[in-house]
Design a protein around this ligand. Structure first.
Ligand code: 6CS
Ligand code: FE
Length: 324
């Protein structure tokens, strides 16, 4: 495995070359994990212990962050959307490759006022601005539904590797939030993460085919690290699969390796997924793909900085601390 060459892509410096014909070895990220440490302007609700944990592991888990009542309305919304045939026939709805049933609806923050409000919750937005050291906007959002007995899994990957190669996201300055709509337990295909894997960029072998997203959202074939590198990182950092009740929140750094197993339990695993990108890291042209992806996968128009929703004025700025 050779050293990657930081070659020019159409005259641009590419800090994270990937999707090359040959396999290149991982290298240390050039971006900080917490982007504005100790800058008064970007202070937020996370204390030093939490910031250090996020820096070390690449994610934070908040068990029971929201009450079950706060997340329950999203189920009614999902059921209503499933009756909207126009939406169901659109390309922003992804179906499970095995069963054809509804798996994801992308662009949720632009479809649902409730989802939009959630992305602007002061407690979440306060933490995200603190981690990214800037104002932020939503790069991508979706609702995921993984039915019992059949919801297929997802291979190991770094979201940033895809967003860099296919969406032109230059730097690692994005945070993903996953809000559990159902209980996450060891049986219903919970998200698995490799702590510490965010510290290395893992180049992937194999060029991006045209219109790759039409298959990659159902199964990640391109942009999967080598088994040898995965084994090394998992042996070093272990694997964690946060579990907890509906309403639990996971914040994970854009480059943290993650995967999920099939759901072989009778219980669904549904979550809301929304990605905050720094307004200083807006998308350019793809670094390793023949064309741009659709707007619902990588926002280029609706990129105004998010404002906090005033629904919880009493909570804005209050300290929050992950349990695990
Ligand atoms: O391609 C994407 O943007 C999506 N794919 C995966 C496997 N995770 C992140 C993201 O939603
Ligand atoms: Fe992912």
């Amino acid at each position: 495995m050779s050293e990657v060459q930081h070659q020019q892509v159409e005259g641009r410096f590419d800090p994270y070359p990937t999707r090359t014909p040959d396999l290149h070895q991982p290298f240390r990220r050039i971006d900080p994990v917490v982007h504005a440490r100790n800058q008064h302007r970007w202070e937020g609700p996370l204390d030093e212990v939490s910031l250090s944990r996020y820096e070390r592991d690449g994610f934070l888990w908040f068990e029971g962050f929201f009450s079950h009542d706060r997340v329950a309305p999203f189920f009614a919304e999902l059921a209503e959307m499933a009756r909207d045939q126009t939406l169901m026939d659109s390309e922003q709805v992804i179906r499970d490759p095995g069963t054809g049933e509804l798996r994801s609806v992308f662009g949720m923050h632009e479809i649902s006022a409730n989802f939009d409000r959630l992305t602007r919750d002061p407690r979440i937005l306060g933490m995200v601005r603190q981690l990214l050291g800037s104002e932020v906007y939503i790069h991508q959002s979706r609702i995921n539904d993984k039915y019992g007995f059949k919801g297929s899994g997802f291979d190991w990957h770094s979201d940033f590797e895809t967003w860099h190669a296919e969406d032109g996201m230059r730097r690692m300055r994005a945070v993903s939030a996953s809000l559990m709509l159902t209980e996450n337990n060891e049986f219903n295909g919970p998200l698995m993460l490799i702590p510490g894997s965010h510290q290395l960029f893992v180049p992937c072998q194999g060029e991006t085919p045209a219109m790759n997203w039409q298959s990659s959202l159902q199964a990640q074939r391109i942009g999967v690290p080598s088994r040898e590198v995965l084994a090394r990182l998992a042996t070093h950092g272990g694997i964690q699969a946060p579990k907890g009740p509906a309403g639990s929140l996971l914040l994970f750094e854009c480059n943290t390796l993650h995967a999920s197993n099939e759901n072989m339990s009778p219980w669904p695993r549904s979550n809301l997924f929304f990605v905050y990108n720094s307004v200083d890291n807006q998308l350019e042209e793809p670094f390793a793909a023949p064309q741009r992806r659709p707007e619902f996968l990588g926002a280029r128009k609706n990129v105004g900085q998010l404002t906090m929703h005033d629904e919880y004025p009493e909570l804005a700025g209050q300290g929050v601390r992950p349990l695990s």
